[in-house]
Design a protein around this ligand. Sequence first.
Ligand code: CMC
Length: 428
Amino acid sequence: MSKTAEIKFEDKTYKLPIVVGTENEVGVDIGKLRGESGLITLDPGYKNTGATTSAITFLDGEKGILRYRGYSIEELAEKSSFLEVSYLLIYGELPTVPQLTDFQNQIKVHTLVHEDIKKILEGFPSNAHPMGVLSSLVTALTAFYPESLDPNRSAEKVNLSIIRIMAKMPTFAAWAYKNEIGHPVNYPDNTLDYCGNFLKMMFALPAEKYDVDPVIASALNKLLILHADHEQNCSTSTVRIVGSAQASLYASISAGINALWGPLHGGANSAVINMLENIRKDGGDTKKWMAKAKDKDDPFRLMGFGHRVYKNFDPRAKIIKKAADDVLDKLGVNDPILEIAKGLEQEALSDPYFVERKLYPNVDFYSGIIYRALGIPVDMFTVMFALGRLPGWIAQWKEMRENNEPIGRPRQIYVGENLRAYKEMNKR
Ligand code: CMC
């Protein structure tokens, strides 16, 4: 007999089905609870609420485990390419050689964007934040491909939308950067692979030969893989919830980009570098800044520390910390903020405030140091995160659609005024 949980309220007991995942995670299905008892569950920030069952990413925050479709993040980061991982996330299996070649070729066909999108880009002032530019250009795709507006079209048509956005996001991201620095944009170079093409669009200068540095391309490949999915986080939940209203893929991804922008989510990678730079300029006294982070009257938080689900360590941070050392070493970069970051981590690991609250470096703590060494400016860091997270968002949107999930619509407990009589303005 399948297991149930019970809720006793007043003089009645309600039996609730138990859902068990393939990794033995256990959830109480409260879907019928309100209908039977009038009760809802209250969980601000969805700290303990499963919004879906999903077969994409497995994460165990206590043990520091992260797997995409059953493959460990450590192995994927070591052995695969970003497009291979994207294929895995979106279609469920690692590709064969012909499948990957076909996927790459399909993407190459769509890297170019409509010239009129350039006009939209040119309408942005140069100080526009590239995340705002990116989300706007992704939304603009709905105008250039109106057939994408209907997510109920054939699987083939939906797949075309998927390929298009995979192909065009690097172009948008690089163009947002070029717009910011006032340089002419570079068009995609389809002789290069995904990362090489992006780097060339970012850094090639007019009339100068640009050779992709294999160290930089490989570091970028690893960073994108590490960011590719992270189950039901803020931006992914946003993508799923927007998509659940049958909004198009592009509208849903654009919403995800905006959610990611926040400093408590993807925006943390820029915030970390700004913080480390401030500490450096302030003389590098890490103890002073640790004290600020612990002071409840001070709004300062140690950016890049803490995580909603990782309460032991973030496996991505472990890989990135090692990669940061390797990349800086290979590129011959000596960045003083790397030492400040390591000093902060060392202190936090033995500080009761951080130990008791299980606050460890997260993926964003060291990623910015690598981006900086690769020559990527700070306000582009979150764009890089978005580029990496794109296949995850697509996979989650696709899964939500294929599972026919209902529109997302949480409930609330109302705590405002009870019914009161309207008073004419002159009597208030
Ligand atoms: N510095 C100082 N104190 C902290 C920090 C921090 N970075 N993070 C959490 N705390 C404290 C917090 O003040 C609270 O203390 P108390 O129990 O005394 O009130 C306790 O730890 C629990 O924090 P919380 O805010 O309730 O935890 P949460 O799960 O709601 O928030 C978080 C998680 C990531 C938003 C938070 O740790 C944070 O703001 N970190 C800094 C921003 C950051 O690095 N974000 C990137 C996350 S990883 C990338 C991604 O996937 O988005």
